[in-house]
Write a protein that binds this ligand. Sequence first.
Ligand code: NAP
Length: 313
Amino acid sequence: MNNIVFISGSESATKSLWLAEIQKQLINETILLPEQIGEAQAKQVDIAIVANPDPKDLARFPNLVWIQSLWAGVEQLIAEVVDKPVKLVKLDDPQLAKTMAESVLAWTLYLQRNMPGYAQQQVNKQWRQLPCITSAELRVSILGAGALGIAALETLKKLDYQVSCWSRTPKQLNGIQSYLGTAGLHTMLKKTDILINLLPLTPETYHLLGKELLSTLPKGAKLINFSRGAVIDTKALLNLLETGHINHAVLDVFEHEPLAPTDAIWSNPNITVLPHISAPTNMCSAAKVIAKNITSYRENNVIPIYVDVKQGY
Ligand code: NAP
């Protein structure tokens, strides 16, 4: 049987934990690190499981049929495989979607219930009751209605928020308004109190949220970015926060991570900074998803649903 290679840019303790967890789920497979595989044997490897792999390691395996990513965001990997026949499979784990949905709910509530304002009032020893808006009154829109977006939309809907989404293809989700195209995006943004970004980073979404689109939001709207920093033009966002057009932004992702200690974003009172934690991959559930994908491929020769590298996601 062919071997599987596990290529990870993580530090060695994390790498070992991942390898042990995946191997535990795939007892009939041999999963090796690149350094354990010689040149001749490298030609027999048909599947790579990867997490931030060094491109040089990946290039040593010329006959890969598919690559399984440990992450849901694969924009860097796409650049490695774009001209090759190998297929790229992103992590599609219901637990990851649930974790993201929890984060979306948590930070929507944080904004809805004025937590940044109350934190500031405490610093100033100020006793002031701010308006309390009900979920049914609040218009929450999500950019992206994929694996993570749909779970978040459905979670918000259950709590009565007025929920909308924007995606490339139409969605039929109970009680959720679906928008498409540039006109649809403008229409949705005009009716949005909290905008949540869950779009993958692609050539089309790079700096999509710039001055023009962000200005389309009603004055006082709030923003949450949980996908990739570069989907937002940070300079435009900072200007709109400064003028008060956007009231507050919760940013979990940045164009350059980690955010530099000297970056003024840290001390901007209208920004909540999170260190890329909205949906960490869960080792146990991810290993099970990956094992299922590989077992199914071995049994049926069917590659799991893979990324459309031309679309960029
Ligand atoms: P996905 O299943 O591929 O869904 C992507 C969604 O975006 C789809 O609904 C797609 O539309 C839409 N889309 C893509 N390009 C578009 C465009 N140009 N115009 C309109 N809609 C567009 O991705 P996912 O698994 O939900 O993950 C989303 C992103 O979350 C990942 O790419 C990653 O960057 C990020 N992420 C962040 C964390 C974190 O901890 N911060 C963790 C995991 C993932 P269609 O449905 O019509 O195809």
